[in-house]
Design a binder for this molecule. Structure first.
Ligand SMILES: Nc1nc2c(ncn2[C@@H]2O[C@H](COP(=O)(O)OP(=O)(O)OP(=O)(O)O)[C@@H](O)[C@H]2O)c(=O)[nH]1
Ligand SMILES: [Mg+2]
Length: 334
C-alpha cells in the first residue's frame, strides 16, 4: 500500500519570502474532473493516456465502462482526480440505467467536467450537411448544465481520424451550445492535445492540497481492475449480445506468495452470462475461447500486479441478471 507524501505546511503570509523559493511558485491545485460523454467517445482511453497506464478498460464496442473508475493524476503542484464514467445513452435495461445513473451522479460530485466528444460521426454529419450535434449531444449538454460544474472542458477526440478543416464547423457548433467551455482537439489514443487538457485542469481546479498520496493511481481495489481486464477480453473476443450479458466476479484472490522471491498470485474468477447458449460461446470449441480470454487477461493482470498469475476461469449462468436488482448489487453496478 502507498504511503502518504509529506504535505507542505501552509505558507505563513506574514513571513518574508525566502530567497530559496521562486517568487512565482504557484499554489498547489487539486480537484475532481468527471470524464463524461456518449458511449465509445474515448473517455477511458483518455483516462489511460493521462495516467500513462492502463487502468480503465477500452473496446471498440460502445458501453464498455459500467462503473465510475477513478484515476489519480499527480504532478508537482497538481492532483487531478479523473472520474471515468459509463457513456450516457438512452438506457433500457436495468443494468444500462444503473450505468447512466453512475455517470450522471458523477457530474454532481466534481469540480470540473470534461466532455469527451468523438468527432468522427460529427464530421460525417457536417459533410452531409446534417445537424452536427444531434439529440444525444444536446441531452448531454443539458445534463452538464444542470449539474452546473465550475468549469467545463470539451475534448474533441479522435482528431487523428478527421481532417483539420472538418474540425472548424464542429468547434463552432460546440461553442454555440456551450459558450463558456474551453475546447481542445485531442487524440486520446496518440496523446496529441492531451497536455493542453492537463494544463487547463491545472488552471481551473481549486487551490488545495492533494486528496490522495502522490503515488496512488486509483481508489479501485485491484480485484475490481482484474475483473475488468477479464471482461475487456470478452468484449474484444465475443460479439452481439454476449459481451453485454457478461459480468465477471472474482471468487479467490490468494496473495500468500505475493511477497515471495517469485511473486505469485492465484486468482479464480467466475464469468457470468445470462443463457446456456452464451455459456457455450464463452467456453468455445474444446474450451478454446475461455483459454484465449484467460491467456490475454493473465498477461495484463501480471503487469498490473507485478507478479506471475495463476488464473482460473469458469462460466456460470445467472438468467436475466442484467435486470435483477440483487445481481446488479452483487456485481457492484447498483
Ligand atoms: N483513432 C482513435 N481511436 C480512439 C481514440 N480514442 C479512443 N479511440 C477508440 O475508440 C474506441 C472507444 O474507446 P473507449 O476509451 O473505450 O471509449 P469510452 O468513451 O470509454 O466508451 P464507453 O466506456 O463504452 O462509454 C476504442 O476502440 C478506442 O481505441 C483516438 O483518439 N483515436
Ligand atoms: Mg469507457
Amino acid at each position: 500500500m502507498s504511503v502518504p507524501p509529506p504535505v507542505d505546511p501552509p505558507a505563513d503570509p506574514s513571513s518574508d519570502p525566502t530567497p530559496a523559493e521562486p517568487a512565482s511558485a504557484a499554489p498547489h491545485r487539486a480537484g475532481f474532473v468527471a470524464l463524461v460523454g456518449r458511449p465509445n467517445a474515448g473517455k477511458s482511453t483518455l483516462l489511460n493516456q493521462v495516467l500513462g497506464q492502463k487502468l480503465s478498460i477500452v473496446s471498440a464496442k460502445p458501453q464498455t465502462t459500467r462503473n465510475r473508475v477513478v484515476g489519480i493524476y499527480t504532478e508537482p503542484g497538481l492532483q487531478a482526480v479523473l472520474v471515468d464514467t459509463p457513456g450516457i445513452h438512452v438506457a433500457k435495461s436495468r443494468l444500462n440505467k444503473a450505468m447512466v445513473q453512475a455517470a450522471v451522479s458523477s457530474l454532481a460530485e466534481v469540480d470540473a467536467v470534461c466532455w469527451v466528444v468523438d468527432v468522427v460521426p460529427l464530421a460525417a454529419a457536417a459533410q452531409k450537411g446534417q445537424e452536427i450535434l444531434g439529440k444525444g449531444e444536446q441531452a448531454l449538454v443539458q445534463m452538464i448544465e444542470q449539474a452546473d460544474p465550475a468549469f467545463v472542458t470539451v475534448a474533441l477526440n479522435k482528431v487523428d481520424l478527421v481532417s483539420k478543416p472538418l474540425l472548424l464547423p464542429i468547434m463552432e457548433a460546440v461553442h454555440a451550445l456551450l459558450p463558456q467551455a474551453e475546447l481542445v482537439p485531442v487524440s486520446a489514443m496518440k496523446g496529441e492535445g492531451v497536455p493542453r487538457l492537463v494544463e487547463l485542469w491545472r488552471e481551473q481546479l481549486p487551490e488545495g492540497p492533494p486528496p490522495y498520496p502522490a503515488d496512488q493511481v486509483t481508489d479501485a481495489p485491484e480485484r475490481f481492475i482484474v475483473a475488468e481486464l477479464i471482461r475487456e477480453k470478452i468484449f474484444h473476443l465475443t460479439q452481439q449480445e454476449v459481451p453485454y450479458s457478461t459480468a465477471v466476479e472474482i471468487e479467490l484472490f490468494d496473495e500468500e506468495e505475493r511477497e515471495s522471491d517469485r511473486p505469485r498470485v492465484h486468482i479464480m474468477a467466475r464469468v457470468v452470462v445470462e443463457r446456456d447458449s452464451q455459456k457455450g460461446i464463452i467456453i468455445g470449441k474444446g474450451g478454446a475461447m475461455l483459454k484465449q480470454v484467460g491467456t490475454l487477461a493473465r498477461k495484463e493482470i501480471e503487469r498490473l500486479l507485478g507478479a506471475s498469475v495463476f488464473l482460473e476461469l469458469h462460466v456460470a449462468v445467472n438468467p436475466k441478471w442484467t435486470s435483477s436488482g440483487r445481481a446488479l448489487r452483487e456485481f457492484g453496478y447498483e
